[in-house]
Design a protein around this ligand. Structure first.
Ligand SMILES: N[C@@H](CCC(=O)N[C@@H](CS)C(=O)NCC(=O)O)C(=O)O
Length: 191
């Protein structure tokens, strides 16, 4: 059985959403952030960054949502959430997975905290990130057309995070996309 180290008020909800999309069986290990259980030596042995989520699957330990989602999509091929090895769409899929956390997440963080994004950073300003997502989404409904993939879990959850903070992007195609991913039966819920 897999263990997801979890707190409902953390980004661990992203990995949980992915597990549910996969139809995986797993146990939640509740981490009390107030008690700083995520900084304990036991937890740091799983995730040296001391952040949620973390996933343990037998001998495999994982941290970072993007890595966890990539791992789960490959572990549950029957859920059909990722282009397989050799599929030409795989490159764009891997790029979007990494982009979601390396550029979209920090640029959104800058925006939400009213920080300027210096061009020397490894990510763009949020307006440029929105342009990029709009372009990749095209007419949708998902990032790979009709096909819902793990890339929608990662990219979608970033915008759901923004909704939870009470903010919308103001880009009609992205806001409609967020409504769509929020409507998934196994998906994240606001509030
Ligand atoms: N990029 C990481 C972000 C993880 C992260 O920032 N987790 C936050 C919760 S939302 C955390 O554990 N914060 C507690 C802390 O840093 O003390 C991921 O996607 O896994």
């Amino acid at each position: 059985m897999m263990n997801l180290y979890f707190n409902p008020r953390s980004r661990a909800v992203i990995a949980k959403w992915m597990l549910d999309e996969c139809g995986a069986k797993y146990d939640l290990v509740h981490i009390d952030l107030q008690k700083r259980e995520h900084k304990s030596p036991e937890f740091l042995a799983i995730n040296p960054a001391g952040k949620l989520p973390a996933l343990v699957d037998g001998e495999t330990r994982m941290f970072e949502n993007a890595a966890i989602c990539l791992y789960l999509a490959d572990k549950f091929p029957e859920a059909n959430l990722a282009p397989k090895l050799g599929d030409p769409r795989r490159g764009r899929y891997l790029s979007l997975m990494v982009y979601s956390t390396s550029q979209l997440e920090p640029s959104m963080g800058d925006f939400l905290m009213n920080l300027e994004t210096a061009p020397q950073r490894g990510w763009t300003d949020f307006k440029t990130a929105l342009d990029a997502v709009e372009r990749e989404l095209g007419n949708g409904p998902y990032l790979f057309g009709d096909w819902f993939t793990a890339a929608d879990v990662m990219v979608g959850s970033m915008f759901i995070w923004m909704r939870i903070q009470g903010k919308r992007t103001g880009r009609p195609s992205i806001d409609a996309y967020v409504d769509r991913v929020l409507a998934r039966p196994n998906g994240l819920k606001l509030g």
